[in-house]
Design a protein around this ligand. Sequence first.
Ligand code: KG4
Ligand code: ZN
Length: 342
Amino acid sequence: MIVLGLETSCDETAAALVADDKRVLAEALLSQQAEHRPFGGIVPEIAARSHLDHLDGLIRRAMAEAGVGFGDLAGVAATGGPGLIGGVMVGVMTAKAISAVAGLPFIAVNHLEGHALSVRLVEDVVFPYLLLLVSGGHCQLLLVREVGRYRRLGTTIDDAAGEAFDKAAKLLGLGYPGGPAIEQAAKTGDSKRVPLPRPMLGRPGADFSFSGLKTALSRRVAEAKPAGTADLAASFQAAVIDCLADRTANAIAMASEDVPPTALVVAGGVAANTALRRRLEDVAAAGGLRLVAPPLKLCTDNAAMIAWAGIERLQRGLTDGLDFAPRPRWPLDPSARPGAKA
Ligand code: KG4
Ligand code: ZN
């Protein structure tokens, strides 16, 4: 069973072909980072236009690389939300067109579900497991019970963790995207040098908050000499990691009272951070769990995870009609109260 997956919800345009035996037959991905860099963040109109310009070509390239035609496919999956609506529409319309012309099942994949299930494409992780999803757009702790069954244990009440890294890097004059730049600068800095708050630390629950930390950093930047950039970066990174670790430890306890998870999984662009991974190893071990971090290529936005989620859904008979409407917001856990993100 081969499924074509499309991802267009943020600033990556991607197409991938994945088989149900977990082989990634082909992947074509175009990052729009260079197009957005001059603006210091993602511009939705530029993103939508760029998805429209490039998606067809990427699909053609992936199909050629895999040596398959539409007749070889079992279905076509596209991110149906949450995300920047212009981009989501491009992916959904394209998938629907292929589905209609080739007579294939269409699967609208929740982008968060794509991240949540991606680990199962590369590791034998069984349900239920705990997921820390930390990217530029999302910051959530999810109990993944089964395909389509999620309990959100925590979410951010303001910024996502990656967004906080990006805003901090901007304050420090380190460029976009900020996470890698902060991590690099932090290597030569003293993380104890600059006092910064740890929002939500020690509070019950597993919600996050990063906007107060960003405000505190901007005050410290105004006070510090230019030479303090490394210390500021190291202190900021340490504060974010302390918050993520504290909230994750709470989520492990919350999940264990519900259905004990089999593993702690981390995904999203911020999972690239080595210091964070190291810390999460300890958090997982303290909770009696192993930490599973998919390879980075699968952690950041990609189409293989959408194709894989499409396969998991197709295997369970979960497909969508061509009347599916793209969703800018689409919580995985409908019972969770609305958060700031998705
Ligand atoms: O998952 P992703 O590629 O895109 C989405 O936001 O969906 O995540 C990008 C985010 C950016 O905010 C970037 O600054 C952050 O991940 N990031 C990092 C690192 N590498 C990327 N944050 C901290 N440390 C890193 N090494
Ligand atoms: Zn994402």
